[in-house]
Design a binder for this molecule. Structure first.
Ligand code: ATP
Ligand code: MG
Length: 286
């Protein structure tokens, strides 16, 4: 396909979406499915125990135990290939472990659920590359995210209730993009796109937010803003952040988990982890 043809096709589909966005047709708004009840009475939101997975005989995750409390902000660090992304793949149902237990609260067995059901249960994942709809405005992106991609047409045909409008405004303020709300997402800076995507995840009211390398490619200013944002989210929901940038981790960390060869090598405060000899050897001393 020629480049020109591709562009034309994109323009046509954007045009189609804009048609759908006309507010003169009113349909019942499709509410996002309510998350199933998550039982956190034992003060654990995410429970991983004895989890292992091999790829062609190589143990990428090896007897991993990880417990995340409700509202906690947890940082995961570790050298390349330590299994950090694979761990997120397991939590979100993208990869099935060979062994172990993975639960959301004490009532939802994530290993019995597919990716869509896990997302619906309140686990949101932010990949490294921002994936916002560049040809739509910031506001439209958030609107679209409200009911999830599967209900796209219903969203565009629906009229927003005051509650839903307020919710979009609330998220805009959290992610600091109020001024940009009517601008195209494609015009945002790299950092702003990342915040918009976090906002889109928040629209689905996750209980657990998984964020893989959020500050890669960001300016210092954007990194500071991202630190503030993630800190402000913790409490409302649990946030698990994988990041290589130590300065960034230091600026947000309460509990740090060091992964190495698919296992937890150390866990504790940043200070404790940094003064751990084994950690220094395999990671921080690099
Ligand atoms: N689908 C797959 N098939 C085969 N091997 C895989 C697969 N996914 C991951 N691996 C391997 O598992 C190991 C752990 O990879 P993973 O991507 O989880 O590491 P990571 O800690 O996220 O590293 P990085 O910091 O570089 O992102 C690596 O050796 C990787 O090559
Ligand atoms: Mg990774």
């Amino acid at each position: 396909m020629m480049v020109g043809e591709g562009l034309e096709q994109i323009q046509r589909s954007v045009q189609g979406m804009r048609e759908l966005l006309r507010r003169d047709q009113v349909f019942d708004f499709v509410q996002p499915e309510l998350h199933p009840a998550v039982d956190t009475r034992n003060n654990i939101l995410l429970y991983m125990e004895g989890v292992s997975v091999s790829f062609d005989g190589f143990k990428a995750i090896n007897d991993l135990n990880l417990y995340i409390e409700p509202g906690e902000l947890r940082c995961i660090i570790g050298p390349n290939g330590a299994g950090k992304t694979t761990m997120m793949d397991i939590i979100t149902g993208k990869t099935r472990p060979d062994e172990g237990q993975v639960w959301l609260g004490s009532s939802l067995n994530l290993l019995k659920m597919d990716e869509a059901a896990i997302a619906n249960a309140g686990i949101g994942r932010k990949f490294q590359k921002p994936s916002v709809f560049e040809a739509l405005t910031v506001w439209e992106n958030l609107e679209l995210a409200m009911a999830g991609i599967r209900n796209t047409v219903a969203v565009f045909r629906a009229r927003l209730s005051a509650v839903q409008t307020d919710e979009i405004k609330r998220i805009l303020s959290i992610i600091g993009l109020e001024k940009e709300r009517n601008g195209l997402a494609g015009k945002l800076s790299h950092g702003q796109k990342q915040w918009l995507e976090i906002g889109m995840l928040l629209m689905q009211k996750p209980q657990l937010l998984l964020v893989d390398e959020p500050v890669a490619g960001m300016t210092h200013q954007e990194m500071d803003r991202t630190a503030e944002l993630l800190l402000s989210l913790a409490g409302e929901q649990s946030v698990v952040v994988v990041e290589h940038d130590m300065e960034f981790i230091r600026s947000i960390a309460s509990t740090v988990t060091v992964l190495h060869q698919g296992q937890v090598l150390a866990e504790g405060t940043m200070a404790a982890v940094q003064s751990n000899d084994t950690v220094r050897e395999v990671y921080l001393g690099e």
